[in-house]
Ligand binder design. Structure first.
Ligand SMILES: Cc1ncc(COP(=O)(O)O)c(C=O)c1O
Length: 375
């Protein structure tokens, strides 16, 4: 049974691929195709085994499902102090977990390995299990670690695993692939965490949202990796079932129509050219932002946090309060930015024409001057 009025909008996709329920695991062909692409996008996965991805309703739901399956009340999750705000909602509010922060950058603008190591070692000393969430490209700063930084992170986690701590290392790869500078690692750190040590369980959360430019279709994935003392076929099967069981008990299954649209697009011969075209536009915007925001004329007003990837960049304000400036820019100029704490402003260059970049930074600067003069 179906309505013509519904089918009129999706007539290229038959009801059995759109209107019927998808399995709680996701449709098999899409899971296989996403897994195939994981291997082609992540060189270090060669010769390693990972589970079949389980389909979620977007990455937020992937994170929430991860939290439901793996996080108990009181557990600690290690995250940088600058982070996507929704982690607080998912881990602290929904699951009653504690987020322990480390400072993301060193003074010279690199990933803060000493701070990361310190919080990891502290948690390893206090608990039998630790959970680390790694998000690169990073929201809100747009930073992606280098190869060397990735290897150093893996080494630290391997070290605490060797000393008897179970490590759950979860990657939020929402902005995967949007790497604009050669120094960025060109794969997910998930690939290097897989098999790093039998006591490390690597979990990859990713999705079509940003990778395939389909924000509203709501298709995400959860994939497990690692080398364990038992046969990985049985283990991955158990992990996939446990995860799909959780999905069955929350949303039942993700949209069949969305999964089919995504699968068809991934199999379309135009797919890689389409992806490249959109990537080029975003990279152009990022490069333009980098050239403009570091102009010495703005130096009295802000510092720029390192960025080389993703959708966003952040500036650290030197003279005015971030929330006051945000409200002022919105009221006076209709410019919408995000204030993070008292000093930081996040700018989403992903949704801005390259030609408007200079105008935007001039407006921010103007707004700062106006607030300074009114103080
Ligand atoms: C770091 C991060 N993770 C996850 C998400 C959510 O992705 P989705 O729209 O697929 O739920 C976002 C952004 O919106 C994000 O910035």
């Amino acid at each position: 049974m179906r309505f013509d009025s519904v089918m009129a909008a999706i007539n290229a996709i038959p009801p059995r691929q759109s209107l019927t329920y998808a399995p709680s695991f996701g449709i098999p062909a899409l899971r296989k195709q996403w897994q195939k692409e994981l291997f082609s996008k992540n060189a270090s996965l060669a010769d390693k085994r990972v589970s079949l991805p389980v389909v979620t309703c977007g990455i937020t739901h992937g994170i929430a499902t991860f939290a439901d399956v793996w996080i108990n009340a009181g557990d600690v999750i290690i995250l940088p102090e600058m982070m996507w705000g929704n982690y607080g909602m998912i881990f602290s509010v929904r699951r009653d977990a504690h987020i322990h922060h480390y400072k993301l950058f060193t003074e010279d603008g690199h990933f803060n390995l000493p701070a990361f190591e310190q919080v990891v070692r502290q948690e390893a000393a206090d608990h039998r299990k630790l959970t680390v969430l790694l998000n690169f490209p990073h929201n809100p700063t747009g930073y992606t670690i280098s190869d060397a930084e990735a290897d150093a992170i893996v080494k630290i986690l391997k070290d605490v695993a060797s000393s008897g701590t179970y490590v759950v290392a979860v990657t939020d790869d929402a902005y995967f692939g949007l790497f604009y500078e050669p120094e960025c690692i060109q794969e997910s750190i998930f690939a290097r965490l897989c098999g790093a040590h039998p006591a490390i369980l690597a979990i990859k959360l990713d999705g079509a949202t940003k990778e395939n430019y389909v924000w509203g279709l709501r298709v995400g994935f959860i994939t497990y990796g690692g080398t364990f003392s038992v046969d990985p076929t049985d283990l991955f099967d158990a992990l996939e079932r446990k995860t799909a069981g959780c999905i069955r008990g929350t949303i039942s299954n993700a949209s069949h129509l969305s999964q089919t649209i995504l699968l068809n697009s991934m199999l379309d011969e135009k797919n890689s050219a389409e992806r490249q075209e959109k990537f080029d536009i975003l990279m152009d915007r990022a490069k333009r932002v980098k050239a403009v925001c570091t102009d010495p004329k703005y130096a009295p007003a802000w510092d720029v946090y390192p960025f080389n990837s993703g959708y966003f960049m952040c500036i650290r304000l030197k003279t005015v309060d971030a929330e006051t400036l945000r409200v002022h820019l919105l009221d006076r100029y209709g410019v919408g930015l995000i204030a993070l704490g008292p000093d930081n402003l996040r700018i989403a260059f992903s949704c801005m024409e390259a030609a408007d970049v200079e105008k935007l930074f001039d407006i921010i600067y103007q707004g700062i001057k106006e607030l300074e003069n009114s103080q």
